[in-house]
Ligand binder design. Sequence first.
Ligand code: FAD
Length: 436
Amino acid sequence: MSGLGKLRVAVIGAGAAGLCAARHLLSRPDTFVPPVVYELSENIGGTWVYEERVGYYDNGLPIHSSMYRDLRTNIPKEVMSFPDFPFAKHLPSFVHHTEVRKYLEQYCDHFRLWDHIQFGTSVASVTPVDVKGGWNGLAWNVNSNNVVDHSKSTTERFDAVMVCNGHFYDPYIPAIPGLEKFKGTLMHSHDYRTAEPLAGKSVVLLGAGLSGLDIAMELSNVEAQVILSHGQRPLTLPPGVQQAPPVTSVLDDGTLEFKNGERTKPEVFLFCTGYNFTFPFLDNKVGVKVQEHLVWPLYKFLIPPAYPSLFIVGICRAICPFPHFHIQSQFILSVLDGSFHLPSHEEMEKDIELDITAHRARGIATRHILKLDSEQWAYNDELAHLGGFKPLPRYWSNLYESNKVFRARDMLNYKSYSYTVLDNMEWKVHDLHGQQ
Ligand code: FAD
């Protein structure tokens, strides 16, 4: 430990990442004062709080969740869960989003998190202050506002801050020449809730990530004429969904032009192009920048070298999120309690630079550096090794990666698979669809 006495940590956001952070901080009363979890909404769960409306809440805040009504998870519950808190046994492997929200509420019950969450409180600024004898000579002023009564503003002092504000709420729309000339309905998947309003319409859907594919399939079920525009190899999709290369421009009369020169004039142009990272409350002094979808400089995608008691949790993409938060939170605790000694400021900067250079040398564009994909397992193991805590059980990566293969092979049916983890930590899969 630092010799400071117990440390006081602020957690920004009560989504899955913030809850996980709080759960681990509370498990160490010898080292940490119970955390303050700031949550601007009245609910825990962030992404998993489905909201039928789009746009803004009554209190003027933008709607956070990008959840759609019929979403079922794309990761089986056997590996989607936090490793120390499984989903209920009776649930299928791929659960409806309402079950994930319930699961997170049960997590709060089980680990007694509720009392530590300040609902309706929006963090407005996070500012480092030099404090003699503070953790690494630093402390943080966290200023927050009551979202209903704006006159209620408070500033509290913390030894460390864990930023868990999510990154699926600020829509990213790529710059497409002439986009302003599009005459139909322009929308982003953030505002997609159900297929019915688009029934029978012609829709060009840009982006074939998980949401893009899911939505394309939902639209094909309501007889929309869907063109899925993307830059990947041809995918196996329902017969109603055509595929096209990326849209490159919008012509004067509102027609979309694809990369192969073909054209179409749909009623709806739907962007499934992902989200921006935003940290509007972070003091500029901290120097954390977002450039081409890369948040940097962050040691181990978490820690700004100049301010090593600030932690930006959960920014990696193409990962298995809940276990990833579980690992990152424990690593952060190991940094704060001194069981892992961070390298020097210069060494961390060097590490980040080398990592970015190595990615570029492998032909990985800046915007994809945070996409860990299969590298997430080595990353998780490395943090567990450095922090000296238990890594994920060994079947985790294997089951998760197998699901990815099944999904790629059978996009239409992979959610009808059911997984069982056996006592010996092996697992087996059962194709329920095949049995019908
Ligand atoms: P969020 O859930 O976004 O939570 C962030 C919280 O921070 C929110 O409650 C927000 O109100 C709060 N907040 C933000 N700013 C402030 C502020 N200034 N002050 C106070 N509070 C603030 N993951 C899976 O594992 N399986 C899936 O099947 C899956 N499907 C998904 C489908 C969709 C459509 C989307 C968008 C995501 C999906 N994910 C899935 C990823 C999912 O986002 C993560 O699993 C996880 O829920 C992210 O948690 P988080 O805590 O990082 O962010």
